[in-house]
Design a protein around this ligand. Structure first.
Ligand SMILES: Nc1ncnc2c1ncn2[C@@H]1O[C@H](COP(=O)(O)OP(=O)(O)OP(=O)(O)O)[C@@H](O)[C@H]1O
Length: 345
């Protein structure tokens, strides 16, 4: 198997919520929110990543904070390219900035269209890559989670990110069957915002919704009810107001979203050839992505599918690690169109 040996090749997880950069030989060196703050009047970039995220909902009129990725694909091309350039530069050591441009393995949702994939490849090159190699996100996630993706055994991965949930069964270096739905962490935040608006006539920001999700939200039945005070703007009086929400009511608000994720898993299992389904029964389903940290979601998936379910050790990093690791097998990918990696022209 031919190997790429350029030392500064990179793996990039260009996510809807977070962008991570993996440097060969070093591991994940950049973990930043996929957020950019722009000055609307001058068009200049004011902040990128964490600094920009801290500005969400707190900007004056001339600054706009944008999330250039939506549902796993590029929503704002120029901003994505500028942001990636910044992250790639940050990831590379100063010495290597003068060396050759890096090859970049970049993950894309498995349900991506050719046009959307082309945009990712072009943006990566615009950001400074010599060449860009797209890799299907669930394949990268499974590789990063340490599953035996190249072996003749069925591995099932469920990667729940910010914008997409990717479910795939992998065997012999290829995706045997998969589902990609645009329901994930962001959908949960939106469901929380909508619930609080309807129930309490209170408008809360996306960061408040995310803290509700991380602190008290649960999938399925709630055993121990928890409460959280939350601030927003009263839609009736227009004034700031604090209310208290419970995990039980939030769990109800999330029912549809959780159901959609469970359905994607079940649909994929239904399409899985019996031998591979037997392997998955033995080895279990592996969850990755930040969304897999929603409390009790692993148990709900396990109950609904009657399969063992495990959350990987570093759910937020699996895709980036897998993307980086896969750089070594680039030639292999070229002969596996199912993995979605093809050489770019
Ligand atoms: N403890 C937690 N509980 C629930 N959700 C969480 C937790 N931690 C992170 N998340 C959610 O995980 C999501 C981000 O996950 P991740 O970084 O894997 O996604 P991404 O790769 O950016 O998105 P995508 O793969 O869809 O493009 C966000 O929606 C975030 O709110």
């Amino acid at each position: 198997m031919g190997r790429f040996s350029l030392s500064q090749d990179l793996g990039v997880d260009l996510g809807t919520a977070n962008t991570l950069v993996f440097v060969k030989g070093k591991g994940v060196v950049v973990r930043e929110p996929t957020v950019v703050a722009k000055n609307i009047e001058t068009g200049e970039i004011e902040a990128v990543g964490k600094a920009a995220r801290n500005m969400i909902g707190r900007t004056p009129g001339n600054i706009s904070v944008v999330r250039p990725m939506k549902d796993g694909v590029i929503a704002d091309y120029e901003t994505t390219a500028v942001m990636m350039k910044y992250f790639i530069k940050k990831a590379m050591s100063r010495r290597s900035l003068f060396a050759k441009k890096p090859n970049v393995m970049i993950c894309v949702p498995s349900g991506i269209t050719m046009v959307e994939e082309r945009a990712v490849v072009d943006a990566t090159k615009q950001a400074g890559a010599k060449d860009a190699f797209p890799i299907a996100e669930p394949f990268a996630a499974a590789t990063g989670a340490g599953l035996p993706v190249w072996e003749p055994t069925g591995s099932m991965i469920v990667d729940i990110g910010g914008g997409t949930t990717e479910v795939a069964v992998i065997s012999l270096g290829g995706i045997v069957t998969s589902r990609s739905i645009r329901t994930a962490g962001d959908t949960i935040d939106d469901a929380i915002i909508n619930y609080i608006r309807k129930q309490y006539s209170l408008l809360i920001g996306e960061r408040s919704a995310e803290s509700i999700k991380m602190d008290i939200a649960t999938a399925g039945e709630v055993e121990e009810d928890a409460e959280l005070a939350i601030r927003g703007r009263d839609l009736l009086t227009g004034l700031p107001k604090t209310i208290s929400v419970t995990s039980r009511e939030v769990a109800m608000a999330l029912n549809d979203t959780v159901e959609a994720i469970v359905k994607a898993v079940k649909d994929t299992l239904e399409n899985t050839p019996p031998e591979l389904a037997a392997d998955i029964m033995d080895r279990g389903i592996v969850l990755t992505g930040g969304g897999s940290l929603l409390q009790n979601l692993d148990n709900v998936i396990s109950e609904e599918t009657q399969m063992p379910v495990f959350i990987t050790e570093e759910p937020l990093e699996s895709v980036a690690i897998g993307t980086g690791k896969s750089l070594e097998y680039i030639q292999h990918f070229r002969s596996h169109p199912n993995v979605s990696t093809r050489p770019t022209v």
